[in-house]
Design a protein around this ligand. Structure first.
Ligand code: SF4
Length: 207
């Protein structure tokens, strides 16, 4: 019996791609990121809440949907693209999976993101998520470009911070619920971040 045919192995493999925590079902479709955040736990180990989040390889559409079926998406409130990786680097896959999840299950869908997708793809990608994604939680982490560069090591320089702010503004126009989150970390001015987030017109969260 090959590893893929072995039910125990299939379950272990699926558990990295899709796992439940509380009332959410989390999907991990990549370990790649556009940022290299200094506070990110993944640089110590790919584990969170005891969950192994290191992918053997980037999964296909079929592998993600099979993993969702193995986990059995019942008793949940939402499905979240998350994990140690930036899902929107695989935009086409996110859209395809979100379409299929809506068709099969109709749960609300959230994407946790670093908010740099428009810079990465060099276009406004928000319309591609509109109607599919119910919540976008953007990791903002700073109230100015210098702090953002220091904490998140964006490859886009000053444009990185302003690009995230623009992404939040654009998302607010088309996505029902937009959250900007900030990590509670030395050097982060939470009050200034809160003021910026409120000026962008979205919800503020400290994590
Ligand atoms: S974007 Fe998220 S997963 Fe990627 S390095 Fe930053 S904190 Fe870690």
């Amino acid at each position: 019996m090959s590893e893929d045919e072995n039910p125990k192995w299939r379950k272990k493999k699926a558990a990295t791609l899709a796992y439940k925590n509380g009332h959410s079902l989390y999907l991990i479709i990549t370990n790649r990121c556009s940022n290299t955040c200094i506070f990110c736990p993944k640089f110590n180990q790919y584990k969170l809440y005891g969950q192994d989040l290191l992918l053997e390889k980037e999964p296909s559409f079929e592998e993600v949907m099979a993993a969702v079926a193995v986990v059995e998406p019942t008793g949940i409130d939402e499905i979240v693209f998350c994990g140690f990786g930036e899902s929107l680097l695989r935009l086409e896959l996110v859209v395809r999976i979100a379409q299929e999840l809506k068709r099969r299950y109709s749960y609300p869908i959230r994407i946790n993101t670093d908010g740099q997708a428009n810079l990465v793809h060099d276009r406004d990608i928000v319309p591609e998520l509109a109607g599919l994604v119910d919540t976008i939680s953007v990791s903002l982490n700073a109230s100015d470009p210098a702090t953002y560069i220091k904490l998140c090591d964006t490859p886009f320089g000053d444009k990185g911070f302003f690009g995230v702010c623009d992404f939040i503004r654009l998302a607010k126009q088309q996505i029902p619920n937009v959250i900007a989150s900030v990590v509670d970390y030395p050097g982060v001015d939470l009050d200034a971040c809160r003021a910026l987030v409120l000026s962008l017109g979205v919800s503020f969260r400290v994590r």
